[in-house]
Design a protein. Structure first.
Length: 100
């Protein structure tokens, strides 16, 4: 059974901001970032239990090659991504972001 992966509004904003940052001419890695985001989302759709719980029911999937993590919860047949969190941000700042 494949799960439906949805991004909450905050996660959409964070992923969009990261994409825009990687779109800068001197970086030019926006396509690679998007591919990695899609690859990780595909893993979540196939087996969301693959990644560990980090707090209560919230799980974290780290992106490869990019310093971002997807924090998500599993709700029936849906994976809800709560945040696309930059790993160098203060971890304490994510506490309010991870409320389903």
């Amino acid at each position: 059974m494949a799960f439906l992966v949805t991004y909450k509004p905050l996660a959409q904003l964070e992923a969009s901001a990261a994409y825009e940052w990687y779109s800068q001419a001197h970086i030019g890695m926006q396509d690679a970032f998007l591919e990695e985001l899609e690859r990780t989302s595909d893993f979540l759709a196939r087996d969301p239990h693959l990644y560990p719980c980090v707090e209560d029911d919230v799980r974290r999937a780290n992106l490869n090659r990019f310093p971002y993590s997807l924090f998500y919860v599993i709700e029936a047949d849906t994976v809800s991504v709560l945040s696309c969190f930059h790993q160098h941000r203060d971890p304490m700042s994510r506490d309010d972001l991870l409320k389903p």
